[in-house]
Design a protein around this ligand. Structure first.
Ligand code: PLP
Length: 358
């Protein structure tokens, strides 16, 4: 039976990527060695490392005045590293509470320094985002989460901001074009749109580096990683190997513009199905800010929802259960999820509704 993977993260990886990984896993480029058993200082690894950095720069159309880092610790480590590096005593950092992940980033920042909240979406259970925001021009930075993986909303475009904008892009990086003129720092764990868990891509404007706190332990200081080109210590080589293959795959599909067109198409298919169901399925997010990556929806009651999840699982759909904190249904439509799988899900949703007499 075919399996349709809609996992929220770690998430689907293209079949072609696994085919190539299998070939090179025990014999990397004819060396007779696996990448997993050679020095990260070897020419062989160095070449891969620099190819990945170049591919990221090319695909993201990243200007030269930004550095790219490949770090461990997940996006979660960035929740701490950002304020440790950039939130000095006496300063304030601003956080936009768009959803569950933004709250986590803010909670860590509060342990390190002063914060304020120009927007607090908890008041309406994370169902909308502001059209405009007002920030303190003296603040150290503004942090936002470009796509809320759990709550199913996404900034349709990044807000204009008079201070440095830092963005957690873990669940929508490389799914749409970015205006680097608006961003000073962006980060993303690889396991949603780029590959597997273990490596986090951090992109930062080089002019931020003067602000990094010199008193920090070595690994926590961005400046050390930039100076050493992310080879300060042993990088997560296996995750970087997979990242290389998946970036290559994205490039072959047509790059970011192709991924953006697919995201638009896949998410429209699902939102149309929900909106045309006469209330059988519902999504309560302000339609302007619905996520193209994580489509969440509810059924009319818990029993119906349970039935939907059981029957969809039996039909080969994986990962549709909403986050444990939230319930409901969630279909994650990352880069590796194809239109065919999405169309299968639409067909299942329509059949299910018919069978329930909805
Ligand atoms: C998954 C996710 C994280 C957490 O990533 P880890 O790599 O597990 O630390 C943070 N932010 C967002 C938006 C996410 O989707």
């Amino acid at each position: 039976m075919p399996v349709f993977n809609f996992n929220a993260g770690p998430a689907k990886i293209p079949t072609e990527v696994f085919t190539e990984l299998r070939q090179q896993l025990v014999d990397f480029n004819g060396t007779g060695l696996s990448l997993l058993e050679m020095s990260h200082r070897s020419d062989c690894y160095q070449q891969l490392h620099h190819e990945v950095l170049a591919a990221l720069r090319r695909l993201l159309a990243l200007p030269d005045d930004f550095a790219i880092l490949l770090l461990g610790g997940g996006a979660t480590l960035q929740f701490a590293m950002i304020p440790l590096n950039f939130l000095n005593a006496g300063q304030t950092a601003e956080y936009l509470l768009s959803g569950s992940w933004a709250v986590k980033a803010w909670q860590d920042a509060q342990k390190i320094g002063q914060t304020t909240l120009p927007f607090d979406g908890r008041q309406h259970h994370f169902t909308s985002l502001p059209a405009t925001i007002t920030v303190d021009p003296e603040a150290a930075y503004l942090h936002l989460t470009s796509n809320e993986t759990i709550d199913g909303l996404q900034w349709p475009e990044l807000p204009d901001c008079p201070i440095a904008l830092f963005a957690d892009m873990s669940s929508d990086i490389m799914s749409r074009r970015l205006d680097w003129g608006k961003i000073k720092l962006a980060y993303a764990g690889a396991q949603k749109n780029l590959g597997c868990a273990g490596v986090t891509v951090v992109i930062l404007a080089k002019d931020l580096l003067d602000r990094c706190q010199e008193t920090l332990p070595a690994y926590l200081n961005y400046r050390n990683h930039v100076r050493q080109n992310s080879l300060y210590n042993t990088p997560p080589v296996s995750a970087i190997q997979l990242l290389a293959l998946q970036l290559n795959w994205i490039e072959k599909q047509g790059g970011v513009d192709a991924m953006a067109a697919l995201s638009e198409r896949k998410s429209s298919l699902l939102y149309q199905t929900i909106d045309n169901s006469g209330g059988f399925y519902s999504n309560l997010i302000d339609s302007r800010v619905r996520s193209q990556m994580n489509v969440i929806f509810q059924l009319q009651n818990n029993d119906m929802e349970k039935k939907f999840l059981q029957q969809s699982a039996a039909a080969g759909f994986v990962g549709l259960q909403g986050h444990r904190s939230k319930g409901g249904v969630r279909a994650s439509l990352y880069n590796a999820v194809d239109v065919a799988a999405t169309t299968e899900l639409v067909r299942f949703m329509q059949d299910f509704q018919r069978r329930q007499g909805g």
